[in-house]
Write a new protein. Sequence first.
Length: 317
Amino acid sequence: MRITRRGFTGLLGGSAVLPFLGAKGALAEDKVVRIGFQKYGTLVLLKGKGLLEKKLEAIGYQVQWTEFPAGPQLLEGLNVGAVDFGSTGETPPIFAQAAGAPLVYVAHEPPAPRGEAILVPKDSPIKTVADLKGKTVALNKGSNVHYLLVKALEEAGLAYTDIKVSFLPPADGRAAFERGAVDAWVIWDPFQAAAEVAIEARELRNGEGIVPNHQFYLGARPFVEAHANAVEVVIEAIAEIDEWTKANTAAAAAELSPSVGIPEPVLVRALDRQSYGVKTLDEAVVAQQQAIADTFFELGLVPKKLSIADAVWKGGA
């Protein structure tokens, strides 16, 4: 269901649900929501519109924004208390929870499986995922595309150990991909769209049929339990941006382009693959996250079994 102020208040059960508290103490006196965002996504759209500042000012809060190169780095910022709230793909919260971060899943966007893909150079002899055997694949460790790679290899009858993995953040991954230092690159939008438009990178496999590719909104449990009014406002603002962007993709791309330094055609392509409509987590989404966590534990990528349900905010104490 879509989240409204009344519905979200009911979900909270009188508590709050939002940003990470930082490791050093409560934010009640400061009344600042410190938001971590990435180069692309609903939060960067929200920042560009300036909508949240106006809404939070009305209830006495300020906003501080910090950009991160990818989800794992953002959640590390949350874990050490540098920011309080953020949005990432499916995999970063699993690694963060395994590392002991006091995170809670607040909400999510619907699946966007086409918004991440395994790319190869346009003239690469690699035609199928099975052709990746023995090849070097670049990706950002612990990001949402990590799971895409695992499932795509499984679908093709390959083990994770059948390829060579090069862990690189997006900028370094693009550079290695362009100079031929890696055979394939697993990446998400807008970096995916930028590579497709600028260097005609060819899509080998996207997430359709094998991974949902949700975006999650995550907060630190202590902050989440103390600021219901701020939580309501942030979620409402996200819902408004979702609705506006869905109906005005070209306008959103034009507005975003100068601030993020990405050409409009790239942003239009990426926005067309994004999903919209912020929702609370239901049992199906929790089960999907649990499957990812279990897979990474079996592969030895996380050190212990996790319970995703334990990290989902249920609106009670």
